[in-house]
Design a protein around this ligand. Structure first.
Ligand code: FE2
Length: 299
């Protein structure tokens, strides 16, 4: 799908005028700012326009939002059924659809997750049906650092010659939950470990709506490439991730309080960046929505 640069509107005919979205694409080849929207005013009829915009642009940025937990959850549901995070200790009390990312403590207890996502990855790649989309809502932002960086795997894949694309389309990747949590401070419960056996996903994944093809990979949960020596497979993954995340292809989001960013995990890599956890404050609410089993339908 060609990306349309410049300000424009996406509004399927069936959507009420109130659901029109004013989109301002970023100049990096993916991503768009959504202007003049108060998320809690979006009626359910806006879901089609929102999803269309997300699929088209891969990443949507809303600024200046002020949402209750219930309003944010309702927004999440406009993109699909919510996938609750498996680390239940960091669910927002009374609102388990929201996962808290934070360095803050209450009564000496950490209220949120702090130690994940610092390598290029895609959310829940270890699952048979990984999260389709993830959104973050920043309620407290550190004064410095804590940015989230994004890169489109469609752009890196589409830039390759036909023979290379065909070669990569023949490969599968083994993703591992065990690998992802190895050595981390916050550990899942034993029943969660049993729930997530290794899975195999195609290295090239087709988007179920747009039909676009892009690399589906990431660090952390990738154990190996099928049919390759482990070192050689991981080296290939690194090479493709490096290709995808060349500096000129990366969008860096510096968070302001009130920002909501949602991205489509299927063709996107993202990573957290550090901040001063000992002296600064960060409070982010995350929601992920359920996705389909990755597949590849290249002709
Ligand atoms: Fe993530």
């Amino acid at each position: 799908m060609a990306l349309d640069h410049g300000r424009h509107e996406v509004a399927p005919a069936a959507v009420a005028p109130a659901a029109r979205l004013s989109l301002e694409p970023l100049d990096i080849g993916f991503g768009a700012r959504v202007r003049d929207v108060r998320i809690q005013d979006l009626v359910p009829a806006a879901a089609e326009a929102l999803n269309d915009a997300l699929y088209r642009h891969q990443l949507l940025i809303f600024e200046g939002q002020s949402l209750t937990a219930a309003e944010y959850t309702a927004f999440g549901n406009m993109f699909g059924p919510i996938e609750r995070h498996l680390l239940e200790q960091f669910h927002l009390p009374q609102h388990p659809d929201i996962f808290v990312i934070s360095n803050l403590k209450e009564n000496g207890r950490a209220i949120g997750h702090t130690d994940g996502g610092f390598v290029w990855h895609t959310d829940m790649g270890f699952a048979e049906r990984p999260a389709a989309a993830t959104m973050l809502y920043t309620r407290e932002a550190p004064s410095k650092g804590g940015d989230t960086i994004f890169a489109s795997t469609y752009l890196s894949f589409e830039g390759l010659p036909d023979d290379e694309r065909s070669y990569y389309a023949g490969l599968d990747v083994i993703h591992s939950f065990e690998e992802l949590y190895r050595g981390r401070k916050a550990q899942p419960r034993d029943e969660e470990r049993k729930r997530w056996p290794d899975v195999i996903h195609p290295l090239v994944r087709t988007h179920p709506v747009t039909g676009r093809n892009g690399f589906y990979l990431g660090f952390g949960d990738v154990r190996a490439v099928s049919g390759m020596e482990q070192d050689a497979g991981l080296e290939l993954i690194k090479r493709l991730a490096d290709l995808t995340t060349q500096p000129q292809r990366v969008y860096r989001h510096t968070w302001q309080v009130g920002d909501v960013v949602i991205w489509d995990n299927r063709g996107m890599l993202h990573a957290a960046t550090p901040y001063d956890k000992d002296n600064d404050r960060r409070l982010v609410w995350r929601i992920s929505v359920q996705g389909e089993r990755p597949f590849q339908a290249m002709s």
